[in-house]
Design a protein around this ligand. Structure first.
Ligand SMILES: O=C(O)[C@H](O)CO
Length: 327
């Protein structure tokens, strides 16, 4: 243990379900952990516990902004989220105050990639419509042309975003006999040859993909990117999967594209709003599989995320660069 770590730092942990190994690690490193007890976290409780802490382990999607930093006080040294996406963080405010901010990309990729492939299959093969037919006693006997889906085999798989998650999906698909893997990002990825993936324009992505997987963060640039115009350019057989963020999609346009057969089907782990109300129009569409933002929901992945967030904080408290700085 370094002399810096021997000092007792106070770390506020905003959620009681943060995996225990991460809490133990913080304590081994000489930190006192103050753990919020509410599920979901209650903002007023977090704000009330913040004054005087040295670091914040932020395990919530509530706005992480100047209000939080002010409530903590000037002794605050570091904040890390336990998420890859930081669309709920006021990053410019962190930059302005030069407050170290960490997050947990990289470790989320395997859990999310598994789930994305699940959604490609579930949406491509009409899992939801099939289930609805059973529930409504409409299982048709002796049919051939019924619930005919799309196979991954021989398909063009397109990625919007080709970071850790997109690449982890592409890695898994290497043995699925796909026709081609294409992706759209602002600049070409140096390692795309490792996945036999080809960089394309956004228009080419829309026009060529049989499966189009959104695996990019929500930013000013990607917000609402999949709108009516974009869906209008997609193939009628396209299976649209979103494991990025709901805000990247104009949801009304998606609903319209699904209802009118402009695209084949959709599989969504993320949507707007979250939680989605049970009576949302999305829930009534047979060719849409909707699941409740569970890409990272495995013990392995959440533990890795928590450990990474804790390491980010310890590094910053010991005066070292965070493992995964967010800016
Ligand atoms: O951003 C992330 O880490 C995932 O969406 C899980 O919340």
């Amino acid at each position: 243990m370094t002399s810096a770590a021997r000092r007792l730092y106070k770390v506020l942990v905003t959620h009681p379900e943060v995996p225990i190994p991460a809490l133990e690690f913080l304590r081994q490193k000489g930190c006192e952990t103050i753990v919020c007890e509410n599920i979901p976290p209650v903002r007023s409780d977090i704000l009330q516990k913040l004054p005087g802490v040295d670091a914040i382990f932020w395990a919530s999607y509530q706005p992480l902004n100047g209000e939080v930093l002010d409530a903590a006080g000037s002794q605050l040294k570091a904040v890390s989220t336990m998420s890859s996406g930081i669309d709920y963080v006021d990053v410019p405010e962190f930059k302005r105050r030069q407050m170290p901010l960490g997050h947990t990309p990289g470790v989320v990729k395997n859990g999310v990639a598994d789930l994305a492939i699940g959604l490609m299959i579930a949406a491509g093969r009409f899992f939801h419509a099939g289930r609805q037919l059973i529930e409504n006693s409409k299982w048709e006997k002796e049919r051939i042309n019924w619930l005919m889906g799309q196979e991954i085999r021989d398909s063009v798989i397109g990625f919007m975003g080709f970071g850790g998650i997109g690449q982890a999906i592409a890695k898994r698909l290497q043995c699925w006999d796909v026709k081609k893997i294409i992706y759209h990002t602002r600049t070409r990825r140096d390692n795309d040859v490792d996945f036999a993936a080809q960089h394309v324009t956004f228009d080419e992505l829309l026009k060529e993909s049989d499966f189009l997987v959104v695996a990019c963060p929500l930013t000013a640039e990607t917000k609402g990117k999949f709108n009516a115009e974009a869906f209008g350019k997609m193939k009628k057989n396209c299976v649209f999967v979103n494991v990025g963020r709901g805000g990247i999609v104009d949801q009304d346009a998606l609903i319209e594209a699904l209802k009118t057969g402009q695209i084949f089907s959709a599989g969504l782990d993320v949507m707007t709003p979250e939680p989605l109300p049970a009576d949302d129009p999305l829930m009534k569409i047979p060719n849409c599989v909707v699941i409740p933002h569970m890409g990272t929901q495995t013990l392995k992945t959440t533990t890795e995320m928590a450990m990474l967030a804790a390491n980010n904080l310890i590094n910053a408290l010991e005066g070292k660069p965070m493992v995964c700085p967010a800016y």
